[in-house]
Ligand binder design. Structure first.
Ligand SMILES: *Cc1c(COP(=O)(O)O)cnc(C)c1O
Length: 461
């Protein structure tokens, strides 16, 4: 491809991306049956001769764009997804053009420096000690895994066992205690690390999914305790302050899964909810959820960065950082070659600023409360105390609630998924996008109530 056509194709892609962004708010949130059907056109054998790059982009846009779920449009409330701030999408385009390998300082000085800067800004934003270090990974799943690998290293090193070298066979036994409502990806991290998904002690929780302190076993220095900041159903927090106090006294390690909830630390209104979170030993969070950067992007933070380094570094732990004593990114990540995720995180933090982040959190939580009020006024039951950005609503019997979810998704105004919370079938609303407006919330409440009326007419519960 010559230089002119390379530029043409980039401009064509940018033009099409802009058209997508301009229209995404006006289209149904779910993908239409016709758009799904057209995906069949992609299922052909690999052609012998390649297509022109412009043709590839056109093909991708014409078939691909309609087959995207409109998660960036402001009325997607499924999972905990968030949108993508304009500055982060733009930074991502530029960074993709750079095509930097973020593994080493010498492969990308800019990526390394933006990681350094973002880490400092994040620890400051979350109110964590200056000594905290971390790494940029694919999401909270991998952040949980990296944090727990650090915990495994630290606890076993204290017992004179080099787990990175010798593995877990014959190692002193570690005990893992988890809050009963811990996220499935945390269980997966434990299983990948050989700590076992089912071998854990699960501590019972209350009606908001918060660990019951009375049920927490006595801790010791061979124990890892995993708690949450932000339950995916209720949004509530485990009582971190007391768990951390007991762990500190006993020499246990506390890990906090704060995939989205950690961002509540950015707003003073949530100081009570998050109390003590900063006293933990490690934290996992997502940037692609509440910080609203493009997928994929997560962050692991560790109180003593040397523990993460020892677990992740392929060189020996006793080697110096590097010649200048600077942080070498790949010494802290599970991956070696890696895209420069810190760039979009830096762009998000810089475009929002401290106040902007606090405002985003506050606005989404205000919207969640508006959902709860509106649905309650419509005669429906809210199953959780709406303390953050998550709302659980029941429309009656499990069948009715499931029918409402189907009708709502098919209607296209907004999108919510289902869950079962402590035995009750519910629809789950997660408000985590910068793009959601008061109007979006009102349109969505109206659509939910219409879907509920329709479901109840069809089969009165
Ligand atoms: C989303 C989520 C995860 C997993 O995060 P990924 O970004 O999907 O890897 C872990 N824990 C909690 C509490 C979550 O909400």
């Amino acid at each position: 491809m010559d230089e002119t056509s390379a530029i043409d194709v980039l401009q064509e892609a940018a033009r099409r991306a802009v058209a997508y962004v301009q229209s995404v708010r006006d289209r149904p949130v779910a993908v239409s049956a016709m758009a799904l059907q057209r995906l069949d056109e992609l299922k052909h054998p690999l052609p012998r001769t390649g297509l022109d790059a412009g043709e590839v982009v056109r093909h991708l846009d014409e078939i691909g764009s309609p087959a995207t779920v409109a998660t960036t449009g402001g009325r997607y409330f499924g999972m905990v997804i968030g949108g993508a701030l304009p500055a982060t999408v733009a930074a991502s385009w530029l960074a993709t053009a750079w095509d930097q390998n973020a593994s080493f300082r010498h492969t990308s000085p800019i990526a390394a420096v933006l990681e350094d800067v973002s880490l400092r800004w994040l620890t400051d934003l979350f109110g964590l000690p200056d000594s905290v270090g971390g790494a940029f990974v694919t999401g909270a799943s991998m952040a949980n895994m990296a944090a727990l690998a650090s915990a495994r290293h630290a606890l076993l090193a204290r017992l004179d066992w080099d787990v990175e070298a010798k593995g877990l066979y014959g190692a002193p036994e570690l005990r893992v205690i988890v809050s009963g409502e811990i996220h499935v990806t945390l269980s997966k991290a434990l299983s990948l690390l050989g700590l076992g998904r089912d071998r854990v002690i699960r501590v019972p929780t209350d009606r908001q999914g918060r660990l019951l302190l009375d049920e927490l076993p006595a801790l010791d220095d061979r124990t890892i305790v995993c708690i949450q900041a932000g339950n995916v159903n209720t949004g509530d927090f485990d009582p971190a302050a007391e768990v951390c106090r007991r762990a500190r006294d006993a020499g246990a390690w506390v890990h906090v899964d704060g995939a989205f909830g950690l961002w509540a630390l950015a707003h003073r209104d949530f100081a009570d909810l998050a109390e003590g979170v900063s006293e933990a030993d490690s934290w996992a969070t997502d940037a692609h959820k509440w910080l609203n950067v493009p997928y994929d992007s997560g962050i692991v933070l560790v109180r003593r960065p040397a523990d993460l380094r020892a677990a992740m570094s392929v060189s020996a732990a006793y080697l110096a950082e590097n010649v200048d004593g600077e942080r070498e990114p790949s010494h802290y990540t599970p991956e070696s070659s890696r895209r420069a995720r810190g760039i979009e995180i830096w762009a998000a933090l810089l475009t929002l600023g401290r106040d902007g982040i606090a405002d985003l959190v506050e606005r989404n939580c205000r919207h969640a409360r508006a959902f709860a009020r509106g649905l309650e006024a419509g005669g429906f039951e809210i199953l959780n105390d709406v303390v953050l950005n998550q709302v659980l609503v029941s429309f009656g019997s499990p069948e009715t609630t499931r029918a409402v979810i189907c009708l709502l998704q098919a209607g296209g105004v907004c999108w919510c998924g289902g869950t079962v919370w402590q035995g009750r079938t519910a629809m789950r609303i997660s408000v985590s996008s910068w793009a959601t407006t008061n109007t979006d919330v009102q349109l969505s409440i109206d659509a939910m109530i219409r879907a509920a009326e329709q479901a109840l007419r069809a089969s009165p519960a």
